[in-house]
Design a protein around this ligand. Structure first.
Ligand SMILES: CC(=O)SCCNC(=O)CCNC(=O)[C@H](O)C(C)(C)COP(=O)(O)OP(=O)(O)OC[C@H]1O[C@@H](n2cnc3c(N)ncnc32)[C@H](O)[C@@H]1OP(=O)(O)O
Ligand SMILES: O=C([O-])CC(=O)C(=O)O
Ligand SMILES: [Mg+2]
Length: 296
């Protein structure tokens, strides 16, 4: 990704595909991405209806400006292939593959997407993918998954299924997720794609949400899947640089320009070393401040 073209994906709001009211309103909350769900939030008898509702939303002018992701059903279910055809033809930006256990799972899904693109006369490769890893096997294969295809914008953790698989449950400090989060983060960074954290399901627990969001930001994640619109502003604000960070970044850039004039590689800023990684980080802080504003 070019340094002038960072795309913010701090907030990816899940919207249950069978809920017509939520689907018709979700764009007003302005998350970075909307994630219509056809998988686990939709009852079996509602799968076909949900697919139709989501297709309508994908085509609706209200959703033209926002990044649209759809979590489709697995290809091992009877709904997966129909889901892929429908959402690709309706112009989805990103297909989220749930319960990804291996690189082969991604490639199988990519093949379905490619057939649909060809069938509907869509440029091959236009539909991007996001692989959600939700099992012990998937975590052990995270690197191969992250490197599997150029279509991937990133990989995400699905912790509700993951804790069930490793036979534990989620705790307030999230110690049980540390290995999975670190694995996903490193696989994504090594492959040059984005890393997304899982949902925090208790929409009324603002303090718990902020604790978790602070942790995953510090670990290096680009953002988080969300279940409720009230979580959007909280995470946008948390991810916005502080005034102090912006002031420091400006000083770093000035010091670096001075150093360049003098022809020296390392400079000191109030006794702290300033060299290339610090300069690059300062540029990123300023870019983020421009895109997201400054933290309140
Ligand atoms: C493990 C997994 O697979 S997670 C992914 C699948 N799950 C989901 O997608 C769940 C999505 N979220 C939800 O269904 C709900 O937010 C819940 C169940 C978590 C909480 O429900 P509530 O407490 O009723 O939500 P709340 O009172 O905050 O709703 C306020 C408003 O936001 C809307 N809203 C709530 N969640 C969403 C959402 N995810 N997308 C769009 N709109 C939403 C409600 O419709 C309501 O709108 P209204 O004021 O116009 O009536
Ligand atoms: O991917 C997510 O964050 C939601 C999910 O399906 C899970 O946690 O199992
Ligand atoms: Mg899941």
């Amino acid at each position: 990704m070019g340094e002038n073209s960072i795309k913010l994906r701090r907030s990816m709001l899940f919207v249950p595909g069978a809920n017509a009211a939520m689907i018709s309103n979700s764009f007003i909350y302005k998350p970075d991405s909307i994630m219509f769900d056809l998988e686990d939030s939709v009852a079996l008898k509602e799968k076909d209806g949900a697919r139709m509702l989501v297709v309508q939303a994908l085509k609706h002018p209200f959703y033209r400006e926002i990044e649209k992701i759809v979590r489709v059903n697995s290809l091992t279910s009877e709904y997966g292939k129909e889901d892929v055809k429908a959402v690709v033809s309706a112009g989805v930006n990103v297909v989220r593959l749930p319960k990804t256990d291996s690189a082969q799972d991604v490639l199988d899904m990519e093949q379905e997407i490619e057939s649909a693109e060809k069938y509907f006369g869509i440029e091959v490769g236009r539909t991007k993918m996001l692989a959600a890893v939700e099992s012990a096997l998937g975590i052990l294969n995270a690197k191969e998954i992250a490197f599997s295809t150029k279509r991937l914008i990133g990989i995400a953790l699905g912790a509700e299924d993951y804790v069930r698989d490793i036979k534990t449950e989620r705790s307030p400090d999230g110690i049980e997720l540390l290995f999975a989060r670190s694995s996903i983060l490193h696989a994504a960074r090594a492959a040059g794609i984005m890393a997304f954290d899982t949902v925090f399901s208790d929409a009324n627990n603002e303090e718990g949400f902020l604790r978790e969001a602070t942790l995953i930001k510090q670990l290096g994640f680009d953002g988080k899947s969300l279940v409720n619109p009230r979580q959007i502003e909280l995470i946008h604000n948390l991810y916005a640089p502080t005034q102090k960070e912006v002031d420091f970044a400006k000083q770093v850039i000035e010091a670096a320009e001075e150093a360049l004039k003098k022809g020296s590689g390392v400079v000191s800023l109030n006794g702290k070393m300033v060299d290339n990684p610090i300069i690059e980080r300062a540029k990123l802080v300023l870019q983020k401040a421009e895109l997201s504003g400054i933290r309140e």
